[in-house]
Design a binder for this molecule. Structure first.
Ligand code: FES
Length: 101
């Protein structure tokens, strides 16, 4: 007999899936105002912090990000930020709520 998993159990597993965490700390990148980027949420891209399509077949999808200005941005590298796609210090145990700044 084949080992099978019930569809509801599979959905539960997918909901709880954690992304890969390519680095602890942000990717510091220069972005151009008005340009759309696709931030990698699965952690598998070889072109971090941006999506290269490696998420295919995973429950993850890239997050669209339109740069509000031309500047250096700190994009989440651990993929667990509470403020995706930006680094929020989550990987360093420095999680803060907005009213604690
Ligand atoms: S490669 Fe990670 S979301 Fe696309």
């Amino acid at each position: 007999m084949l080992d099978c998993i019930k569809i509801e159990d599979m959905n539960d597993k997918l909901e709880k899936a954690l992304p890969a965490s390519p680095q602890s700390g942000p990717y510091v990148v220069q972005v151009e105002e008005g340009r759309e980027y696709r931030w990698c949420s699965c952690g598998l891209s070889a072109n971090q912090p941006w999506c290269d399509g490696s998420h295919e077949g995973t429950p993850f999808e890239p997050i669209a990000f339109v740069a509000p200005l031309s500047a250096e941005f700190h994009m989440c590298g651990c993929k667990r930020s509470d403020n995706k796609p930006y680094c929020f210090g989550t990987c360093r145990g420095q999680h803060r709520t907005l009213d604690q700044r």
